[in-house]
Structure formats: structure tokens, C-alpha cells
Design a protein around this ligand. Sequence first.
Ligand code: DLL
Length: 436
Amino acid sequence: MKDLSPRPGDLEAIETASRDEISALQVKRLKWALGHAYDNVPFYKASFDAAGVHPDDLTTLADLARFPFTVKQDLRDNYPFNMFAVPREKLRRVHASSGTTGQPTVVGYTQGDLEVWGQVVARSLRAAGLRAGDMLHNAYGYGLFTGGLGVHLGADALGLSTVPVSGGMTERQVRLIRDFQPKGITVTPSYALSILDEFNATGLDPRDSSLQVGVFGAEPWTNAMRLEIEAAFDMHAVDIYGLSEVMGPGVSMECVETKDGLHIWEDHFYPEIINPETGEPVADGEQGELVFTSLTKEAFPIIRYRTRDLTRLLPGTARSMRRMEKVTGRSDDMIILRGVNVFPTQIEEQLMTVHGLAPHFQIVLSRPDRMDEMLVQVEAIAGFSSNEERVHAAADLKGKVKRNVGVSIKVDVADPGGVARSQGKAVRIIDNRPKS
Ligand code: DLL
């Protein structure tokens, strides 16, 4: 793999600023953000008043803990535009969640917000090793989802030549990578695996492709998957995180030179970790639920938003801003199987070590007779076709999950291509248990 580390002068001053400088900027911006939300969004005025706090009560960063949380339901209740702090005509863009489970959530951006978003995504793409003039194959979905257009904004700000291919039409993805010779690819890790399969199906060696770095996010993925993708493409694989409610992609980013967790762009997004049960903030280094407050957003300020993503905060390394550990689970995706907490990424981690199985999987939950059951649907790699080999691989996976995760599962090994593919975020869990 090529060395893509930054050279002297590549970074913005804030990326190497002292902690004191960063904190001073955060206090100043936080005061503005709380006042802006309180003065312009009736929801925040009501929630601060109900909690007996006022923006003037904040004089230190620790004071933020006195302010109430915001949750997804609050955004749904204020559908479509009641969380906005600016008149509708000031919006330059809206994005929305798919809303498959209810009311979609809508987010909005002013011109200034789009500029900040472009800046933090440009910073993220630079941290991945991309530079002005490089070509980027952007396979995140374009549309209401923030992935495609968010990355595109940052690629424009950095001066990349962007191929806005979006998700889907996998054969075409491979053809364009072969013909255009991009240096980077931005895509969900699960869809990257489909592109990898297509390379192999067309007889092209992915290691010979022009790609030097993949920027993967929008869903959890493991370090085991990183190693698999890096080896398969002979390229770096780095993690990008974000959520629409806070901005979109580019809230935090892993640096290619260290690959040790994601630096949070703390000059724009203030992170806290809380105990998800009590709501109390926990110290840096401790696990809990990630909470964000926007520091500069104009159209859609967000105060203490509970992401439901589980991680911990770590000190800065390649940049002075703090890191968050790779998000390996959301509280929503936690399966409680006979008393044991299981995240899909734990299954992924074990699956990657089993010979003969491809990295695609889905978890089917059922309750045949009062006890919950987990079936992991996986598929054999090409050429791994005898029944005996498959029975052996299934037993290997079952044993590893039992020993390392602590639960008994069933495993179904399908033919290559037998597990449903995503073109964006993978659907990992199919819950067939009766609703109680
Ligand atoms: O997924 C934004 C994004 C687009 C991030 C492209 C990175 C790349 P939403 O659709 O609002 O926004 O989904 C946000 O996805 O709360 C996490 O649960 C999950 N997520 C996003 N990035 C990661 C990641 C975009 N790197 C939700 N690792 C978040 C794990 C991630 N989970």
C-alpha cells in the first residue's frame, strides 16, 4: 500500500491546535449555539424552560450537562420544518431519513452550513490521503440520503475530480473504476464487498486496480473487515462517521497514517458520552452512548442529540481533536439473546475467521417456542461447494460464536450470492419474533 500520510503544511491550523485553544473556541461557539436554538426554535425554548435552564447558564463546557437531551422522536414530532432556526427561504438544501419505520426526519442547511459541511468533509477526505486533483469514485447514494451529496460537497471543496456514480449497477461500478482509474472510493463497506465480488466475477484482479484508499462508513464494520478489504484491493481502508441530524458524513474521520479510531471535528461538533440508562455523562475513556451538540449550524441547530451509537472518547493522536472508537454497535441493533447482548459486528468478527465463508451475512431472529433463536445466514465462497466442507464451516462458525460471543446460534450456508446484498447500508437483522 502507498504511503498517504500528510506532508508538512497539508493540515488546517485547527487540526494541530492545543487543547486549550480548542476548548476556548468550543465555549464561545456553544454559547452562540444554545442562544441561537433557544431564540429561534420553539421546541428548544420549551425544553430549556421546562428543565429550568437558560443559555446564559453556560459558562464552562461542563455546564452543558445541565441542558436537556434531544431525541429522534422530538424531530419526528416537529416534522417537517419546525426544528429549523431560520426562515424557509434561507434553506439551500434539505435531506431526510427514509422513514421506513415512521415519520421521516428532515434536516436542513443554509449556505453557511453547506460551506462548513464541505469543509469538514474535505478535511476528512484529506485525512484519508486524498489531495486536490485526485479522482474520487463516489458510490454513496445520491438523493435524500446525506452520503452521496455530502461527500460530493467535500470533494468539490478539496478540489477532487469526482465521479458521482451513486449506488447500484455494480457491473458499471467496476467498469468505471477500470476505465477512469480513480485513486479513492467512497462507499458503504457492505457495498464495497459487492463491488469486490463483481471484480472477481469479471476476472479482474482488484489488487491491480488504481484504488489506493477506500473511505467506508454509514454502517458499522469491524477491523477484521478492514483487513479483508485492504488485502483484497491492496489499498487503505479508513472509517468515516456521521449522521444526518448532526450534519451528514464528516462528523468524524479516521486518519490514514494511524487508523486508530475517528477524530471528531470538535470545532463544529461537541461530543459527550453518557450512560444510556441514567443519562449521566461519563469520563473520557468510558463506554456509553454518543451525544452531539452542533457548535456552528444555522438552519438546524441540534443540542445534546442522543445518537444511540455506542463508543468511547479517546485523546487525539494524529490530530489534536479527540477520537471516538470505531462504532461497533447502535443500541437499536443490540440483540438480547437469552440474556446475552449481541451486536451484528460480533458475528462479523467471527465470520471473517472461518475458512470457506464469504463476508456477507444476515441474522434472522425467531421465537419458535418461547425461546429466541438466532440463525446466521452466510454463504460459501466460490469453489467451496461440497456438503461436507459447508457443514464443517458452519460448525466452525457456531463454535467460535459460542466461545467468543457466548451464544448458541444456527448457521445456514448458502451458495455464493445466496445472501441478500445491499447497495447502501446493509440490512443485518431480520426480526421475525412476534411483537409483544
Ligand atoms: O449514514 C451519514 C454518512 C454517510 C456517514 C456516508 C458516513 C458515510 P444517517 O443515514 O443519518 O447518516 O445514519 C447515521 O449511521 O447514527 C450510525 O448508527 C451509522 N453510521 C454512520 N457512519 C458510521 C460508521 C449517515 N462509520 C447512522 N460506523 C449513525 C458505524 C455508522 N456506524
